[in-house]
Design a protein around this ligand. Structure first.
Ligand SMILES: [Zn+2]
Length: 114
C-alpha cells in the first residue's frame, strides 16, 4: 500500500508534459459554466487555440459590425497555442476597431463569437 502513495492511478486522458492549462482558460471555463448552468465541454471562445479544431476562426463586433477572420495557425503564431480564443478575438478586434473615443469604458469592440 505504501508504494501507491502519491499516485492515484492513470488519468482518464493521457497528458503530455507541459500541458497545464493557462489560468485564463479556467477562469473563462468557470464563468461560462456558471452562466450555462454547468455544461461539460467549454464553448469555443473559452478554449485555448491549440484546442480548437478549426482552420479559420471568426469573431464579429456587435458594436461596429466588423467581422475579423484569422487562420488558426496564424493566431497560434501570433499569440501562442495556449492563448484563449476570446482574448485573442478581442485583441484582433481592438487592433482594428474604428471606435476610438479615448475613454476606457467606451473604447474598443464588443466581440461576438460563433
Ligand atoms: Zn468594433
Amino acid at each position: 500500500m505504501a508504494a501507491a502513495v502519491g499516485r492515484n492511478g492513470p488519468a482518464d486522458r493521457p497528458a503530455g508534459p507541459g500541458e497545464e492549462l493557462p489560468e485564463e482558460y479556467w477562469a473563462a471555463l468557470l464563468n461560462d459554466a456558471a452562466a450555462d448552468g454547468g455544461t461539460r465541454s467549454p464553448p469555443i471562445r473559452a478554449r485555448p487555440l491549440s484546442d480548437i479544431g478549426r482552420h479559420v476562426l471568426r469573431v464579429s463586433c456587435t458594436r461596429c459590425g466588423r467581422i475579423v477572420e484569422v487562420q488558426t495557425a496564424d493566431a497560434v503564431r501570433l499569440f501562442g497555442p495556449r492563448a484563449v480564443w476570446k482574448n485573442v478575438g478581442q485583441r484582433l478586434l481592438d487592433d482594428t476597431c474604428p471606435q476610438r473615443t479615448g475613454r476606457h469604458e467606451e473604447d474598443g469592440c464588443w466581440p461576438a463569437f460563433d
